[in-house]
Design a protein around this ligand. Structure first.
Ligand code: NAD
Ligand code: SER
Length: 315
C-alpha cells in the first residue's frame, strides 16, 4: 500500500475515549465502509452502532488474524489497553493486555504487512524527568502502565528495524474530550471536572490543586494521529512514540478558567492514590521533533479548549 493508498482499517479498543473519536475521523477521511471498529465490549454500551463492528479481545490472536485476513486490512490502530489507574489495580493484567495484545498485532503485521499506529504516553516518564520532558529524556516510569508503554516503544523499534514493520506512535498527553468518558487514567480529573461543571454539580478532584500535567484537547490528538499516519515513512526518525507539544496548567488553574465561564461552579481537592502517579509525570512535553519531522502544531490552548468542552457538553 502507498502512503495514502486505499486504506482498509481495523481499530482495536475502539469504544474507548480515543477510539470513538478516531473512528469518526477515519470514517470521514476514508469512508465508513473502509473502517472496522473492534473492542472486547459490545457497542450497545455506547448507544451507537453506525459503524462496522467486530467483537475482538486483542489477546485472541486467532480471531484477530481472521478479521485482518478476511477484510484485507492494511492499517491497524491499536488502542486496546489498560490505563494508569486501572493498571495499578491489577499490574499483571495490565502487562498481559498491553504487551501480549501489542505482540499479537506486531506478529500479524510481520505476516500480513499492514501498518500500525500504537500510542505511547507521558507515563513513559518518571520522577527524574524534570518539568519539561524532551524526546530524549530518561524513561524510568513509576507505574506498570508506564513500564508497558516503554516496553511497547522498544518493541516498535525492534519490529521496525528487525522486520521492517511500519509502526508509528505518539506519546499522547492527558486527553480532554467530551464524547466518551475516559477509561481509568490519572488525567481523568481534567475531563470529569467539565462534566460536573456543566451539570451544575460540585466536583471533588482527586489530585492536589498545584498538580500540573501535560494535556491536550482531543481534536489536536486526532489531528496528530492522522498527520503522523500520512507522513512519509522515510521522514520519521522515531517509531515508538513522538513527544507532542502540550498544554500545561495546574488543576487549580483549570478550575479557575472554568469558573470564569461558570461562576457558581465549586471544586474541592482531595488527593487519592492517583496523586503519586501524577507526581511522577512531567508538567509539560516538548514536541519540537513532531514539528520538525511532520509539521505538527496545536490548534487549541487552555481558553479555546475550555470553550469547546463547555459548549459541546451543554448541547
Ligand atoms: P480507554 O480505556 O478509553 O479505551 C480502551 C478500550 O480498550 C476500551 O474500550 C476497552 O473496552 C478496550 N479493551 C480493554 N481490554 C481489551 C482487550 N483485551 N481487547 C480489546 N479491547 C480491550 O482508553 P483510551 O483513552 O481510548 O486509550 C487508548 C490508547 O491511548 C491506549 O493505548 C492508551 O494507553 C493511550 N493513551 C491514552 C491517553 C488518554 O488520555 N486517553 C493518553 C496517553 C495514551
Ligand atoms: N491519560 C493517561 C492516563 O492518565 C495517560 O496515558 O493514564
Amino acid at each position: 500500500m502507498g502512503e495514502s493508498g486505499n486504506r482498509r482499517i481495523l481499530i482495536t479498543g475502539a469504544l474507548g475515549q480515543i477510539g470513538m473519536e478516531l473512528l469518526d475521523a477515519l470514517q470521514t477521511k476514508f469512508g465508513s465502509e473502509n473502517v472496522i471498529a473492534s473492542d472486547i465490549r459490545d457497542p450497545q454500551d455506547v448507544n451507537d452502532s453506525s459503524f462496522r463492528y467486530e467483537r475482538l479481545d486483542v489477546l485472541d490472536s486467532e480471531q484477530m488474524e481472521n478479521i485482518i485476513r478476511d477484510n484485507d486490512i492494511n492499517e491497524v490502530y491499536h488502542l486496546a489497553a489498560l490505563l494508569s489507574a486501572t493498571g495499578e489495580k491489577n499490574p499483571q493484567l495490565c502487562w498481559k493486555i498491553n504487551m501480549d495484545g501489542l505482540m499479537n498485532v506486531l506478529e500479524l503485521a510481520r505476516k500480513y504487512k499492514f501498518r500500525i499506529f500504537a500510542p505511547s504516553s507521558i507515563a513513559v516518564f518518571g520522577a527524574d524527568v524534570g518539568k519539561i520532558a524532551k524526546q530524549e529524556s530518561p524513561l524510568n516510569p513509576a507505574t506498570m502502565y508506564g513500564v508497558t508503554k516503554v516496553a511497547g516503544e522498544l518493541m516498535a523499534d525492534y519490529y521496525h528495524s528487525a522486520h521492517g514493520v511500519d509502526i508509528r506512535g505518539l506519546r499522547y498527553p492527558g486527553l480532554i474530550s467530551w464524547k466518551v468518558m475516559p477509561g481509568g487514567g490519572t488525567t481523568d480529573y481534567a475531563v470529569e471536572i467539565f462534566h460536573k461543571a456543566v451539570a451544575s454539580e460540585a466536583y471533588t478532584c482527586f489530585v492536589r490543586e498545584d498538580t500540573k500535567l501535560p494535556m491536550m484537547y482531543m481534536d489536536d490528538a486526532i489531528k496528530a494521529t492522522l498527520q503522523l499516519m500520512d507522513a512519509p515513512s522515510d521522514k520519521l526518525s522515531v517509531r515508538g512514540g513522538y513527544n507532542l507539544p502540550s498544554l500545561t496548567f495546574t488543576a487549580k488553574e483549570l478550575y479557575d478558567k472554568i469558573r470564569e465561564k461558570i461562576p457558581d461552579f465549586k471544586c474541592e481537592f482531595k488527593p487519592d492514590h492517583r496523586q503519586e502517579y501524577a507526581d511522577s509525570w512531567p508538567d509539560e512535553t516538548d514536541g519540537t521533533l513532531s514539528k520538525e519531522e511532520w509539521d505538527f502544531s496545536l490548534d487549541f490552548d487552555l481558553e479555546s479548549m475550555c470553550d469547546a468542552m463547555i459548549q459541546s457538553l451543554s448541547q
